[in-house]
Design a protein around this ligand. Structure first.
Ligand code: AMP
Ligand code: MG
Length: 400
């Protein structure tokens, strides 16, 4: 059996990064930049005031104080969006608004709160250092500077930066389209009555949501029965529509587990037994350059295997370089036992207090008990064949 790390590295090594496309800036959120963006303009483009106040010569207000204010004559008011028309000479000041262009001659801005204007005269009650409250040309970004490179995840600050850089379009990696198929004769679509022996198909919906959260574009391909020919037809149709395929169920050793047979026909598939619980049986492979993930049918296994394997793979396809959730150490609030030779990913409630994370399991941990994930905000990793006591530390990651 492969360890989770081995299986994950092997799998990731085969995952393709999707080609790029040009997108409008407002359609770039969450995408990953596929080009280098040098600044073609200085930001800010001119020296400007960081405050509402008075543009002065610092030397003129050197000794200013509450008791001994400097008195300057005000030559004009400069609003944001307009260029100054007057120079500031010795003994003079210009009233200036935040973001307005600094007038020639002035080298600092005294904030409004320490001044008092009366007609064309202003009293300044505090000194200011040269350059105080001035934002200089290019101090945020200098022309020619490479601000954002390939692989940059475009979050709201980066979208704002694209606009600052006058980029109406950016070249980003495509997001993967991901077809999702549930398999199993027992699965009943929502809204239909449950006949004896049947259950609801929950995995397809959970996987759909996970694909969306991982930044992919899910494509719902419905339910395939436990019939080889029909499963093959549906899988082929699904693959034709998407960059990747996720199937749920039918990868175990059961008599009706036709998924393995069908996947083997579609491409280069490895049937993996990964030393993890939940989720031992999994299939992974590539067909026509497209990754295929055969996930186990148990609802918890399906969600957890997606989290540990499919999510990083989809992130890689979309051009991300940061593929994994950060791992923290958490202090156990209850003792836990893993009798298995497989690492156990227990569903946990993680609480942060006083800079420490504590972890408690969500109760019964069977791989069919979906509620164990509904109650959880994280996973804790319990090493093989061990009992850990209250107060011992485990690896933990926050989910969702
Ligand atoms: P399988 O991997 O097909 O043997 O399924 C393992 C278990 O997961 C069985 O109890 C199935 O009924 C259940 N299961 C399979 N697919 C789904 C699904 N889409 N939604 C909910 N449960 C499922
Ligand atoms: Mg099945």
């Amino acid at each position: 059996m492969l360890s989770v790390e081995e299986a994950r590295q092997r799998m990731l090594a085969t995952i393709p990064i999707l080609p790029s496309e040009k997108r409008e800036i407002l359609e770039c959120t969450g995408y990953v930049l596929a080009e280098v963006l040098p600044a073609t303009e200085n930001i800010p483009p001119f020296d400007n005031s960081a405050m509402d106040g008075y543009a002065v010569r610092a030397a003129d207000v050197k000794n200013a104080s509450e008791k001994n204010p400097a008195v300057l004559s005000v030559v004009e008011t400069i609003a944001a969006g307009y260029a100054p028309t007057k120079q500031v000479a010795a003994g003079q000041a210009s009233r200036i608004m935040t973001g307005a262009m600094m007038p020639e001659g002035a080298d600092a801005v005294v904030m409004q709160e320490v001044t008092q204007q009366d007609a064309d005269e202003v009293k300044i009650f505090e000194s200011i250092d040269t350059a105080g409250n001035v934002r200089f040309t290019g101090e945020s970004v200098a022309e020619g500077q490479q601000v954002m490179g390939k692989g940059k995840h475009l979050r709201p600050p980066e979208v704002s930066m694209l606009a600052s850089l006058n980029c109406a379009k950016a070249t980003v990696h495509r997001k993967p389209t991901v077809a999702i198929v549930s398999t199993g004769d027992e699965l009943t679509p929502l809204g239909e009555p449950l006949e004896p022996g049947k259950i609801r198909d929950s995995n397809r919906y959970g996987l759909y949501a996970q694909v969306e959260e991982a930044g992919g574009i899910p494509i719902d391909m419905g339910i395939a029965p436990d019939d080889e020919a029909e499963t093959e037809r549906i899988f082929r149709a699904a693959l034709a529509k998407a960059d990747a395929l996720i199937t749920s169920g039918g990868v175990s050793v059961g008599e009706h587990d036709v998924v393995k047979t069908v996947l083997a026909k579609l491409g280069e598939i490895n049937f993996w037994r990964v030393a993890m619980k939940p989720g031992k049986p999994q299939a992974y492979g590539i067909a026509d350059g497209k990754p295929i993930f055969g996930l186990p049918g148990n609802p918890v296994s399906s969600l957890v295997v997606f989290e540990l394997f499919v999510r990083p793979a989809l992130l890689k396809m979309a051009g991300h370089t940061n593929l994994f959730r950060p791992t923290f150490k958490a202090v156990l609030a209850e003792s836990v036992t893993n009798r298995d030779g497989r690492v156990n990913y227990m569903r946990a409630i993680l609480k942060v207090s006083d800079g420490e994370i504590t972890a408690q399991t969500t109760g019964p941990q069977g791989s069919g008990i979906l509620h164990s994930l509904v109650l959880a905000n994280g996973l804790i990793t319990i090493p093989t064949a061990t009992t850990l006591q209250v107060g011992e530390k485990v690896d933990a990651q926050f989910l969702f």
